[in-house]
Design a protein around this ligand. Structure first.
Ligand code: ACO
Length: 340
């Protein structure tokens, strides 16, 4: 069959027109349960004090889900707000990724529950489990779907009811954790616009298993639901080193200097970890978004909660460069760079 030279060249011509895509944040939303548990109230049940908690962690309060609220409920409320803020309809979404360590059930995933409750089309929906690094893993995954042309509008949620796996008699962990959810809609953007995700670096090292873990389900190794067990001092030491190393690595990967970063949005685990990591990175604390005082460590929800805060109060402006940083059980950790 005769094929004109133009037809034969067509695939190459099309390739030349194929735009490089990246994910840009179109909108965000958050939800914190109504019940606010302040340090003073917590000190009525365990041997601690407001002064100690504030000084050692920067936490003033945490929010606790009602007994009939599960992760999917928090996730759905945050997602509805994010979709509305993005100015789209739930039917415009083509993928949902939920980062959580505290799913309602072993299965189905929280993401499928959100898909149904939002009234989305039968789009792809799945959960990611990387504890406090979960949102970073989820947004990196969402961005790769967009870059590959496999999705245009992705709902990325971080949602947890950590209060269910906290040992409320253990003052080493009970003071730290809380419940919450936050979400963003990531939309396909021409990479040449200068806005959107630059890239992510994700890491894990299972040798740190024993430093931070839950001694029970939804896996079956322990035959019980389980509670968070943490060697806090050891985690603290590793966290500062690991976070500053991964931050340096991602800056080097994109030939950037820390002075070019407008904002750092770290996982909110402990204010002292956040301060020490910022100092090592050479970023003034005024350029770090810190929301830990109001909600403590909400694991996978903490980065999107801080991101939503920064977007809502106008600190984050279009074109600004933001670095995300996280470390969680596993250990899992990583960093990401996004132009708002
Ligand atoms: N209230 C009052 N006193 C306390 C409390 C408390 N809640 N907890 C410990 N203490 C006491 C200790 O008994 C100790 O007293 P001693 O000196 O008489 O023995 C003293 O305070 C110091 O205790 P440390 O354990 O050394 O306290 P530290 O400064 O390390 O703070 C903390 C503890 C807040 C848990 C800290 O180690 C920490 O934040 N670690 C990291 C947490 C983290 O980042 N986790 C990772 C992410 S979470 C995830 O992925 C699920």
């Amino acid at each position: 069959m005769y094929r004109s030279p133009i037809t034969r060249q067509a695939p190459f011509r099309l390739a030349a027109f194929h735009k490089m895509l990246t994910g840009r944040i179109l909108g965000s939303g958050a939800y914190l349960p109504e019940r606010r548990l302040g340090n003073q109230e917590l000190a009525l049940t365990i041997d601690t004090s407001d002064e100690w908690i504030q000084a050692r962690t920067g936490i003033a309060a945490r929010h606790i889900a009602a007994s009939d609220q599960n992760t999917s409920d928090l996730a759905t409320l945050a997602a509805m707000r994010a979709v509305s803020n993005a100015g789209i309809a739930a039917t415009d979404l083509d993928l949902i990724i939920v980062a959580t360590t505290t799913p309602d059930q072993t299965f189905p995933s929280v993401a499928t529950m959100v898909q149904h409750r939002l009234g989305c089309k039968p789009i792809g929906a799945f959960d990611i489990q990387a504890v406090c690094s979960g949102f970073l893993y989820a947004i990196a995954t969402a961005n790769n779907f967009i870059k590959a042309g496999a999705a245009k509008r992705v709902l990325v949620i971080g949602a947890e009811v950590f209060s269910r796996i906290v040992d409320w008699q253990d003052r080493g962990t009970a003071i730290l954790f809380g419940d919450g959810a936050a979400a963003i809609v990531l939309g396909a953007e021409d990479a040449e616009s200068g806005r959107g995700c630059l890239g992510f670096k994700l890491c894990a090292d299972g040798q740190f298993h024993d430093l931070l873990q839950v001694d029970g389900g939804p896996g079956f190794a322990h035959g019980q639901v389980g509670k968070v067990r943490m060697q806090g001092k050891e985690v603290f030491k590793h966290a500062v080193q690991i976070l500053s190393t991964v931050s340096d690595e991602i800056l080097a990967q994109y030939s950037l200097q820390s002075a070019q970063v407008d904002w750092v949005i770290p996982h909110q685990a402990n204010r002292r970890i956040i301060e020490a990591s910022a100092e090592k990175l050479g970023i003034p604390i005024e350029r770090v978004i810190i929301t830990i005082a109001e909600h403590g460590n909400t694991s996978a929800a903490s980065i999107p909660l801080a991101l939503h805060q920064g977007l809502s109060d106008g600190r984050l402006q279009p074109g600004q460069l933001v670095m995300l940083q996280a470390l969680g059980g596993g250990f899992t950790w990583g960093a990401g760079l996004i132009r708002i």
